[in-house]
Design a protein around this ligand. Structure first.
Ligand SMILES: *Cc1c(COP(=O)(O)O)cnc(C)c1O
Length: 376
């Protein structure tokens, strides 16, 4: 079949203001870092870049864990790496589900051969740590999976430290999804005593999608070292540890440009400092919440449980979800997302993550929504 390349136009996607659940806006410094000429994945310069990324991730996760790195893949690859390195056939997993991503953890755990027991709260709510404690007492498990920031609902699970204590009391390990919290609200892996946590490059960190930061604590590392059979090769954390080691052992060709970007994005996190960054996210989220209330929109999640990175107003009655979001995109170039599962057609999901969390973005979005709601 003939294919006439000159008929294709230049790459020219529309300019967008990304205020959805990710990807977030990427700062110019991070974008230009990706145009840096390549070096090889075993070049001493690149190994120094990996070492920088590790140190910057340790700061961002607030951990001293030596096994801290970024998986080549999106957040879901981080999720899958956490699960497949710890699950051996027949292991029992307690999956705590507050929304879509908690559900995905349960599904993937089962695909990796675990016997999964689920504990659920209605979408938009969070767990009382005592419920997890009693579930483990009634039925012990090797692993507990939990989402810190549930992007499908906008709710933030509090009391992670108490949950980790109950999990350890029961002799289990805690895997925590911090995809939508890392870089946007406090995450303290060591202080909370979390065993494995993973995130994604494109949400609170504001790098392009493609890398999944991940950290493994001493208990989990021991469990991984004691496995009788290794997990799938590509996500094998002991193999990856050797690649990130000194001297490095080839495992796969790291996506060089993506690592340039992640390093630059993390350098921006360190320059701003975590406390200032968290404060910025909170202030802009509060501006948004107040503005949405002024427009007559109610929020799904009560104030003390809301994520500053992802806000979920309920749709006003009579508004056509898809049509309004289409107009927001076509007329204003702004992306937000709808709800899914039980919340489809009921909420919007508005992200103020990383570089997207700016006062001027909040002002613009509120003005656009005001105009579109008045018309509908
Ligand atoms: C986005 C997200 C993921 C999955 O990340 P991908 O980069 O889309 O693979 C996992 N967990 C949560 C909470 C998320 O928001």
């Amino acid at each position: 079949m003939d294919f006439v390349a000159p008929h294709l136009s230049d790459l020219n996607p529309s300019p967008r203001l990304l205020l959805g659940p990710g990807p977030s806006m990427v700062p110019p410094r991070v974008l230009s870092s990706m145009a840096t000429p390549l070096v090889g994945h075993l070049d001493p310069d690149f190994l120094r870049i990996l070492a920088d990324v590790r140190r910057l991730l340790q700061y961002t996760f607030q951990t001293k864990n030596e096994l801290t790195l970024a998986i080549s893949g999106t957040g879901t690859a981080g999720m899958e790496a956490a699960l497949c390195n710890l699950i051996e056939p027949g292991d029992r997993v307690l999956a705590c589900i507050q929304g879509f991503f908690g559900q995905r953890l349960a599904e993937l755990a089962s695909r990796h051969g675990a016997t999964v027991q689920t504990l659920e709260v209605p979408w938009g709510q969070v767990f009382d740590p005592e419920r997890i404690r009693s579930a483990l007492r009634a039925s012990p498990a090797k692993l507990v999976t939990l989402v810190h920031a549930e992007t499908s609902t906008g709710a933030c699970q509090p009391e992670i430290e108490a949950i980790a204590r109950f999990v350890h009391e029961a002799g289990a390990l805690l895997i925590l999804d911090v995809v939508t919290s890392l870089g946007g609200l406090p995450v303290s892996i060591d202080a909370w005593d979390v065993d494995v946590a993973y995130s994604a490059s494109q949400k609170g960190l504001s790098a392009p999608p493609g890398l999944a930061p991940l950290t493994v604590g001493p208990r989990a590392l021991q469990a991984i070292q004691r496995r009788s059979r290794p997990p799938v090769f590509y996500l094998d954390l002991l193999e990856l540890q050797r690649y990130w080691g000194d001297p490095p052992a080839y495992h796969h060709t790291a996506p060089i440009s993506s690592f340039y970007a992640l390093r630059e994005a993390l350098r921006l996190v360190a320059e701003e400092g975590l406390p200032a960054r968290h404060q910025r996210h909170l202030e802009n989220a509060e501006r948004l919440w107040n503005g949405l209330e002024d427009l007559g929109l109610e929020m799904l999640v009560p104030r003390h449980l809301r994520l500053p990175t992802l806000s979920t107003p309920r749709l006003p009655s009579g508004v056509e979800d898809a049509l309004l979001r289409r107009r927001l995109l076509d007329e204003f170039g702004i992306e937000i997302a709808g709800g899914f599962g039980p919340l489809a057609g009921k909420i919007w999901r508005i992200g103020l993550m990383g570089h997207s969390s700016r006062r001027e973005n909040v002002v613009l979005l509120l003005a656009a929504l005001r105009e579109l709601l008045a018309r509908s």
